[in-house]
Write a protein that binds this ligand. Structure first.
Ligand code: ADP
Ligand code: MG
Length: 682
């Protein structure tokens, strides 16, 4: 078998299975091997019911004294039984599995595998896996992979196919020279593949992760060095040396720029008059004031006679930027008589409106275009685009790069990001971008007051919210779900909105926002929130990025334990943006001490990077995919926080070996570049 063979060659793969595997991006044997588990399950030695520990995966040995029964009522068909051991009772509960009532026999010993929770005062295991003791014996003390699935592809199927391939021992010739492997203590590649899917033990899993994580970082770092080398630094064909407008604009602001903002602005404006086109990353934590720097930058480009654009990841953000730009530049016009024409372009606009914008851009009747990435890239032709800024986007992908080159005019590029990454790593990750950091918050700003509370505190919180609204402020309440779910006992936006409307006096307007609404609906709500027609906004995390309503002073997060700390940190950046004292209330449901300890990190620190690394320390490597799932990372297996040393090593290695790359590494590189596609930065 060759790794480039189609999965079709494997036993058990016919048309249908092949099709389904393709949906997961698995076409070849190699794709399958690189389809790493999303997580792992360890099957420990079974315990008795009296020894159960809530909150973690357990195998519980027990005998059902009575047959399983159907539980009446509810939307979903339920089957249940109870294990009894002395004084301890454990309820077993399955949804939509009526056939179990025949299969599971009373009086026989089984092993039930799942998580024990307290459900309405009763110890309960939901959807436990059921094993006969002999069958459990076979997997006991092993670590089993869990894969992400799609319709028609089950755990067992992927597991079986992977095993089939792994049985053919040496599939790959390791492309890393042995010398290098020894130097950096990296496991052999076939060993790593074997152990990432079916680890012998925790130790071999760690070795496998380290090796594969290294590969990912290494190829990434190489790819970036490649791109940098392949592209001579382009000449600056949009010079702009006159900064009088920018200085006037700074003079009109109601506040003074922080030193960090001034430094960033100085670096950016030096690029404008330098010999090469600008390629800069502007990094600054939430609330550090990146927008005003974007305004100065665009203003300077316009003064020099070019057009500029600002791309945002969502409609809500684009519209918000548009409104604040229109507002700020109107004030600027009042004071200076200098008029900038701002345009907006988003997906939900009517075709006719869009056409008008396209035309105005080609005839240079718009100076600054603000819109979503997708829309701007699709159809827009500028008359003379000199400056492109992207906001809150971690990376600026290859497709964007091609788009820029397609414009023919090689504009300056500024990438703004709030992702907290230390400088040493940013240098590797952002390759040839120059980096400016705003590492200081506006001084007048009062630090947000935070607290972690349990649901019993809610009445007090609502009184507090009412009070804040009386004082003219606004409030966000974040829930993890949009609507009620049968399987998860979590707060949801729709029911919560109903509930809180009844609790708060009718004079307080409550509205909701979530990702299933259309762009136009979301915009409308956000606009009304901006105009203070809505005082309390119940929302999912769709409001996470960049929303700026300085009048909002309270954020209450329900089921805070469900969110990653980095995400909560981004979320709370929505308050504390004005001069007034702001508050963040994290409501923790459940009594987990470790969850509380984790949330307390947010109370203690306001430094995005520190929060992310502390979070990791607490959760430990057991939850190795946790952070990545929080949406901050786009590496498959490497984790920027946990593996920061590895990234450093991989970066050094790429530098050292870039000119002596063996041929089979070349092949891997090409594959990596192709798969990474959009993710590789400019
Ligand atoms: P972010 O970096 O998260 O994009 P913004 O640019 O949205 O932050 O700025 C957050 C808020 O801080 C805005 O209301 C902005 O007007 C205000 N702001 C920016 N710079 C300063 C400053 N130097 N002093 C006081 N307020 C500022
Ligand atoms: Mg912003």
């Amino acid at each position: 078998m060759k790794i480039t063979d189609s999965v079709r060659r494997l036993k058990g793969v016919g048309d249908k299975v092949e099709n389904n595997l393709n949906k997961l991006g698995i076409f070849t044997v190699e794709d399958l091997l690189e389809y790493y588990p999303r997580a792992y399950q360890t099957y420990d030695v079974p315990v008795d019911v009296s020894d159960i520990i809530p909150g973690k995966h357990l195998a519980v040995r027990g005998v059902l004294h009575r047959s399983l029964v159907r539980i009446p009522g509810g939307h979903v068909e339920k089957t249940a039984g109870t294990l009894v051991d002395g004084d301890t009772r454990l309820q077993l509960l399955w949804y939509r599995m009526p056939y179990l009532r025949k299969q599971v026999i009373a009086g026989k010993t089984y092993i039930f595998y799942g998580v024990v929770k307290n459900k309405n005062g009763q110890w309960t295991m939901e959807q436990p896996e059921i094993y006969e003791p002999e069958a459990y014996e076979k997997i006991c003390s092993t670590i089993q992979p869990i894969y992400s699935l799609t319709e028609g592809v089950h755990q067992k199927l992927i597991g079986k196919l992977v095993r089939q391939v792994l049985e053919e021992k040496t599939l790959f010739q390791d492309y890393l020279p042995e010398k290098l492997r020894m130097e950096f203590q990296l496991a052999e590649y076939n060993f790593a593949l074997q152990n990432i899917h079916y680890p012998k033990n925790q130790e071999t899993l760690t070795l496998a992760r380290r090796r594969l994580g290294f590969d990912e970082f290494f190829l990434f770092a190489l790819a970036i060095r490649r791109m940098k080398a392949s592209r001579e630094r382009s000449e600056n064909i949009h010079p702009a040396s006159d900064r009088t407008w920018a200085e006037q604009f700074i003079g009109c602001l109601e506040y003074r720029l922080t030193n960090a903002q001034l430094r960033a602005w100085k670096e950016i404006s030096a690029d404008f008059s330098g010999p090469h086109v600008m390629n800069r990353l502007l990094q600054g934590d939430v609330g550090s004031g990146k927008t005003v720097i974007a305004q100065l930058t665009l203003l300077t480009a316009v003064q020099a006679g070019y057009q500029g654009c600002l791309m945002a990841p969502t409609e809500v953000l684009a519209r918000q930027h548009y409104e604040s730009f229109v507002n700020d530049f109107e004030k600027f016009y009042q004071k200076t008589g200098i008029c900038l024409r701002i345009g907006l372009l988003t997906g939900s606009m009517k075709a006719k409106e869009k056409r008008a914008v396209y035309e105005a851009l080609e005839t240079h009747e718009i100076d600054i275009l603000i819109g979503t990435h997708a829309v701007i890239q699709e159809k827009v032709h500028f008359h003379d685009l000199g400056m492109v800024i992207t906001d809150e986007q971690h990376r600026f992908g290859v497709s964007q790069r091609e788009w820029l080159f397609g414009k023919g005019s090689l504009p300056h590029v500024l990438v703004m990001s709030a992702t907290p990454i230390p400088r040493t790593l940013a240098i590797i990750l952002y390759g040839d971008l120059d980096i400016s950091v705003i590492d200081e918050l506006p001084e007048k700003r009062k630090p947000i007051k935070n607290c972690v509370v349990d649901p019993g505190y809610r009445p007090a919180a609502y009184r507090f919210i009412e009070n804040q609204v009386r004082q003219g402020h606004q409030v966000y309440i974040i829930c993890p779900m949009v609507e009620e779910s049968e399987f998860m006992d979590l707060e949801n936006v729709l029911d919560y909105t109903e509930k809180i409307r009844k609790i708060l006096p009718p004079s307080i307007k409550v509205a909701y926002l979530h990702g299933k609404m259309t762009g136009t609906q979301k915009d409308e709500i956000m606009e009304r929130f901006h105009r203070q027609e809505i005082q309390v906004l119940v929302s999912t995390t769709v409001i996470e990025v960049g929303i700026n309503v300085p009048n909002a002073t309270v954020m209450m997060v329900e089921n805070a334990e469900r969110f990653g700390l980095a995400q909560l940190h981004q979320l709370r950046g929505r308050v504390g943006r004005g001069d007034d004292q702001s508050y963040c209330i994290f409501v923790q449901s459940g009594k987990s001490e470790s969850a509380k300890e984790r949330l307390e990190i947010l109370v203690k620190s306001n430094d995005g990077f520190k929060i992310a690394s502390e979070d990791l320390k607490l959760r430990g490597p057991g939850d190795m995919f946790g952070l990545r799932q929080s949406g901050l990372m786009d590496f498959h297996i490497g984790d920027l926080y946990q593996d920061s040393d590895l990234l450093q090593v991989a970066g050094d290695c790429a530098k050292k070996y870039e000119n002596q790359i063996p041929e089979n590494l070349e092949r891997r590189m090409e594959r990596y570049m192709r798969l990474a596609g959009n993710d590789v930065i400019l």
